[in-house]
Design a protein around this ligand. Sequence first.
Ligand code: BGC
Length: 342
Amino acid sequence: MASVTRAVFGELPSGGGTVEKFQLQSDLLRVHIISWGCTITALEVKDRQGRASDVVLGFAELEGYLQKQPYFGAVIGRVANRIAKGTFKVDGKEYHLAINKEPNSLHGGVRGFDKVLWTPRVLSNGVQFSRVSPDGEEGYPGELKVWVTYTLDGGELVVNYRAQASQATPVNLTNHSYFNLAGQGSPNIYDHEVTIEADTYLPVDETLIPIGEVALVQGTAFDLRKPVELGKHLQDFQLNGFDHNFCLKGSKEKHFCARVHHAASGRVLDVYTTQPGVQFYTGNFLDGTLKGKNGAVYPKHSGFCLETQNWPDAVNQPHFPPVLLRPGEEYDHTTWFKFSVA
Ligand code: BGC
């Protein structure tokens, strides 16, 4: 059983509207989600001793989310991740998006789904947010109706994404939470053990666009099929961190994606999804300059993201899983974040 309560979180400047906060609570989890960007602002999880800590990076107040910041907790769309040079073709017609991460388009553009107010609807065990992305928004073709639903089931936070298009358009929706299972504000994630269920990954160029090859992880730093301790692993392979798409095994049905275990607290996060990929990002661009919750500052590697999604730049790479949604079809994907202790 879950309970749901709602409250005002803040007012947008210049009469932009009221941002609300929804609290979803079960015996095992307490989650705060706001209607600005469908953003998860807090996620309290118990450790082995039953002590709860907030395990996601973020801000105490709305102002934090309105400043330039790296998508903490937000839903990303219309297309998560990078589109090379912000350019693609649909049915022969070329489209140009804003270049907001030189020389590419990142996470939906200048004003993506993370930077808009959504319409909430309270459910018995969660909250559903909806909005209509207008034709031409951020340069994307056609109107897109979108529903993002968060529900709580014991130790599991379930996120469902649905969309319908009026014209063929690429769609790729994800959640961009940064986790630290030691508790947000802990200096790094080096003592986290990570497993990702992927035999292959996508090597990238210097602008982080996949070069097109689907490479085997075997014998590389990307082989995370057995648990690795992150700090030691990065050191062993002299890596600056991960910011890569792992190609998941499994079909469009629910399949296992990743497991992260924090031995000191006992907290475990298991991720399942219907998506074909996951961007594993270790907060390489965090630099300690943001003022987070409870005085936290978030240095490099102080949080990790498991962004379940289609493969980056799929709209330009025909051998990647299809990313176009056509009129009459329904986009429907789900990701499960399951917390436990071990
Ligand atoms: C990307 C990173 C980016 C981060 C925040 C991740 O999804 O893969 O390259 O820096 O989001 O912007």
